[in-house]
Write a protein that binds this ligand. Structure first.
Ligand SMILES: NC(=O)C1=CN([C@@H]2O[C@H](COP(=O)(O)OP(=O)(O)OC[C@H]3O[C@@H](n4cnc5c(N)ncnc54)[C@H](OP(=O)(O)O)[C@@H]3O)[C@@H](O)[C@H]2O)C=CC1
Ligand SMILES: CC(=O)[C@@H](O)[C@H](O)COP(=O)(O)O
Ligand SMILES: [Mn+2]
Length: 382
């Protein structure tokens, strides 16, 4: 029986993780459960699965949980509590499905405690990939990707040497506005932006997908996870999201991983790794129902956030921290109707161009920069 800490348990990935855990009661125990503020989603899970530790975003939410639970559990709140449950002696696996760079320190703690890590929280790798990967190497811990593209690449690379990789090919759906020109993006609404063509996901990543920032973050995520230079990472448009990503090898072979757009599949794979469960989470892929799969060249003119991500990734140092923090805040401002869809890329561009890059920033520098960038973006657009 493996004991699991789940960070971000009330989110899209978190709830699907719970579904996967419930399919394998003989294999996994939900030992610690962290969420932000959605008590209505958290309580039924807590009452049913009875985790020994519960962590909430703040004290107010913590008190609500304490009032309602009917068994003994340690309830706490805030970043230090997230860090504690990510490195408890008793646990075997941390599923990091929290949203945003707040996942950084819990990830470092889980690595130092040598936990198996099922990793969805891409913002953490963007903000401080060098620190996370250095720590992972030092402690001989592999981050097991949950993000569908990276889970695909991870599977394509099983048993392969890094030297044999010609390039990684990330596929991108194009997001909610893929059939619109840039001129047609003026005045698009939040509710339109939140309609992803293929995946049901949290609000932030759905907006990131529409700006193509999601693919940009994924390029940086792939660079760190697989130690591949940026000029060996390509992105192509693939509107069906059936091929989750590919690897081309030096001998011209191309390996791809395919599947239905169902995140429970990569979540289950990361939890059961290196094994593969027999349990089928949903109907299998029916290629005939698609008839055709489509591929199209990616355009930096149409999706400037993707070009920015390549440039920021290549520059490295502290720039990705600023890039990520500005994006997190810009998307939040858009979701609060404070800026328009097209303002998102402008806010990020401004934050990036005003920043003087520090090479190899340490953890304290990253934490301060993340905070300062957020405050600056909010002050300028609040
Ligand atoms: N959704 C998807 O299909 C995919 C997501 N990912 C990545 O996975 C991560 C999660 O995405 P997704 O599930 O969509 O996001 P959601 O917004 O649906 O969920 C985010 C989770 O994080 C919790 N959370 C946020 N802030 C805090 C905090 N300060 N303290 C404690 N908990 C907090 C939320 O709690 P609450 O809601 O209760 O406030 C919620 O449980 C992201 O990094 C995303 O990029 C990657 C690939 C696919
Ligand atoms: C499910 C998943 O991994 C998402 O990151 C997804 O890939 C988003 O779709 P886009 O290809 O539109 O960014
Ligand atoms: Mn993805």
């Amino acid at each position: 029986m493996k004991k699991v800490t789940l960070l971000g348990g009330t989110g899209s990935i978190g709830l699907q993780t719970i579904e996967v855990l419930k399919q394998h009661p003989e294999q996994f125990e939900l030992y610690a459960f962290a969420f932000g503020a959605q008590v209505d989603k958290a309580l039924p899970i807590i009452q049913e699965m009875k985790p020994k530790y519960i962590v909430t975003k703040d004290e107010n939410i913590k008190e609500q949980v304490e009032k309602d639970i009917t068994y003994d559990a340690k309830v706490s709140s805030g970043l230090e509590a997230l860090r504690t449950i990510s490195s408890l002696d008793e646990i075997d696996i941390v599923v990091n499905a929290i949203l945003g760079s707040i996942g950084l320190q819990p990830t470092l703690d889980a690595i130092r405690a040598k936990k198996q890590i099922a990793f969805a929280n891409k913002e953490t790798l963007v903000t401080a990939g060098h620190l996370v990967m250095e720590e992972a190497r030092k402690h001989n811990v592999e981050l097991l990707p949950v993000d569908s593209e990276h889970a695909a690449i991870h599977q394509c690379l099983k048993g392969e040497s890094k030297e044999s990789i010609k390039r990684i090919i990330l596929t991108g759906s194009g997001g909610s506005f893929r059939d619109r020109s840039r001129a047609e993006l003026k005045g698009v609404t939040k509710s339109d932006a939140l309609k992803h063509p293929n995946w049901s996901m949290g609000a932030k990543i759905t907006i990131d997908s529409a700006t193509m920032m999601n693919k940009g973050l994924e390029v940086i995520e792939a660079h760190w996870l697989f130690d591949v230079p940026y000029d060996q990472i390509d992105v192509i448009l693939h509107k069906e999201s059936v091929i989750h990503s590919m690897v081309e090898f030096n001998d011209q072979s191309v390996m791809a991983q395919l599947g239905t757009p169902d995140m429970r599949i990569p979540i289950q794979y990361a939890l059961t790794y290196p094994g593969r469960s027999d349990y089928r989470m949903s109907q299998g892929l029916d290629l005939l129902s698609f008839g055709q799969l489509h591929f199209q060249e990616m355009s930096f003119e149409r999706f400037p956030c993707l070009e920015m991500a390549y440039n920021v990734g290549k520059t490295g140092g502290s720039l990705p921290t600023v890039f990520n923090a500005a994006n997190e805040e810009a998307v939040q401002l858009f979701l609060e109707d404070k800026i328009t869809f097209l303002d998102i890329e402008e806010v990020i561009e401004k934050a990036v161009s005003n920043h003087e890059t520090i090479s190899k920033p340490d953890l304290d520098t990253i934490i301060s920069l993340d905070q300062e960038t957020r405050e600056r973006v909010k002050a300028a657009n609040g």
